[in-house]
Design a protein around this ligand. Structure first.
Ligand code: DOR
Length: 445
């Protein structure tokens, strides 16, 4: 048995004393072999040969990496409004099984998170979740791109990231004003880069495969012109901007140049944009429909280079659950989106030729800092794993292989494009605020 529970007398508390034994601790300060003692939800000691206090729960980390819990910048939890697809409860359970201890909840719910009332509602619903839920607010009222949401009021509730994700802010004038407000408030705008006049009714990448299949295409330039425009606006306003799910070589190059210039520009990519190409669409299966769409191999390669050379700051899942009754439609009518929370770590380890510490930087401490959830912003996510830090941790077996079973995923939806795919790298345990919410790859609540 890999995990030994020693709980003489008394029922488990929500934050028992834990010893995470026999692993290699990896965080932004480096790598060392050490046990981790957690008491009262907080890391108490990180050293070799920690003696097990009476009544402590021992989590075996043999042959594993003990890392800060992963942080997802881009999760669609669907509550309120689409609870048949996902709820805060089911989505955060999927997150913990994927090694996450925090997710940023996207505001394209129904109603959208564009008011203090809507934000407070999700914050309250999230109090009992098994991972931290940081609410992203909408940039514009109703995500309609017409007038600004009450950003200052939402910022006063703790909202640090604003986005109309699902759509880009089409008006350059409105985006400029939003950037000016964001700068004053010290918050970040996160743009879904897609120019509607170029994307039109496209349902997949515009290229050889869309021509062959007769599916209307979304050209790469629909994304790229908005990246270019927003870099120019960021330069003009001095505001920070974060680019969501970039998918093309030109987008990555634009960000590379903006960073070289010293602009406050950051970017994320989604696992499906480094692990799948537009050829996957050939069978007309809507499970491969996503926005932005899957791209050709040259773009996939550019995304990987951007991850390797530091142009891209984070891997974000764009976990987008859709219940079968809405997703199982003809390709052009189905909504875009794929599940991502339980497969992102395995895909990153399997598909990217990067050292594990780099993968963890992209999945844990860099996104934690971007979301303002790290210790530098007063939060407890993303490490480092040191005495006194809140115990938000994941234990990963980087060499374990497993096969994605869509029916076994914790999400309420089943729309994973990776069913049957063999991945290397598995989450063994996840600890949220000192509570072992996943033990031996099993959710505990
Ligand atoms: O594929 C996507 N699905 N991309 C988005 O930007 C939105 C998301 C959703 O909400 O389903």
């Amino acid at each position: 048995m890999r995990t030994v529970a020693e709980r003489p007398g008394g029922s488990p508390t929500s934050a028992p004393t834990l010893v995470i034994r026999g692993g290699t601790v990896v965080d932004q300060t480096g790598e060392r072999r050490a046990d981790v003692l957690v008491v009262g939800g907080v890391v108490a000691s990180v050293e070799q040969g920690i003696e097990c206090p009476r009544g402590a729960l021992v989590l075996d980390a043999g042959s594993c990496t003990v890392a800060p819990g992963l942080v997802d910048l881009h999760t669609h939890l669907r509550e309120p409004g689409r609870e048949e697809s996902e709820t805060i409860d089911s989505g955060t359970r999927a997150a913990t099984l994927g090694g996450y201890t925090a997710v940023v909840a996207m505001p394209n719910t129904d109603p959208p998170l564009d008011s203090a009332e809507a934000v407070r509602n999700v914050q309250e619903l999230s109090l009992s979740a098994t991972a931290e839920v940081a609410v992203a607010g909408a940039i514009t009222v109703g995500r309609l791109g017409e007038r600004l949401a009450p950003m200052a009021e939402l910022a006063s509730l703790g909202v640090r990231l604003f986005t109309d994700d699902g759509a880009g802010v089409q008006s350059a004038a409105l985006m400029r004003r939003a950037l000016e407000y964001a700068k004053g408030l010290g918050v970040t705008l996160a743009q879904h880069c897609e120019d509607g006049s170029l994307a039109c009714d496209g349902a997949m990448h515009e290229g050889a495969w869309s021509s062959r299949l007769g599916i209307p295409g979304v050209p790469a330039v629909a994304e790229e012109v908005m990246v270019a425009r927003d870099i120019i606006l960021a330069r003009a306003t001095g505001a920070r901007i974060h680019f969501l799910h970039l998918s093309t070589a030109v987008s990555i190059e634009l960000v590379r140049q903006a960073k070289a210039e010293g602009l406050a520009v950051t970017a994320e990519v989604a696992p499906h944009h480094f692990s799948l190409t537009d050829a996957a669409t050939s069978g007309f299966d809507p499970v491969f429909k996503v926005s932005p769409p899957l791209r050709p191999p040259s773009d996939v390669e550019a995304v990987k280079v951007g991850l390797a050379d530091g142009t891209v700051d984070a891997i974000a899942t764009d976990h987008a659950p859709h219940a079968p009754e809405s997703k199982d439609l003809p390709f052009d009518q189905a909504p875009p989106g794929m599940l991502g929370l339980q497969t992102s770590l395995g895909l990153a380890i399997t598909e990217l030729d990067l050292p594990l510490a780099r993968v963890l930087a992209l999945l844990a401490w860099q996104p934690a800092a971007l979301a303002g959830l790290d210790p530098a912003h007063g939060g407890g996510q993303g490490g480092p794993i040191v005495p006194g830090a809140p115990a938000n941790l994941c234990v990963i077996d980087p060499a374990a292989t497993w096969t994605v079973d869509a029916s076994a995923l914790a999400s309420r939806s089943r729309n994973t494009p990776y069913a049957g795919r063999r991945l290397t790298g598995q989450v063994r345990h996840t600890v949220f605020r000192g509570e072992p919410v996943v033990i031996d790859a099993e959710a505990q609540r």
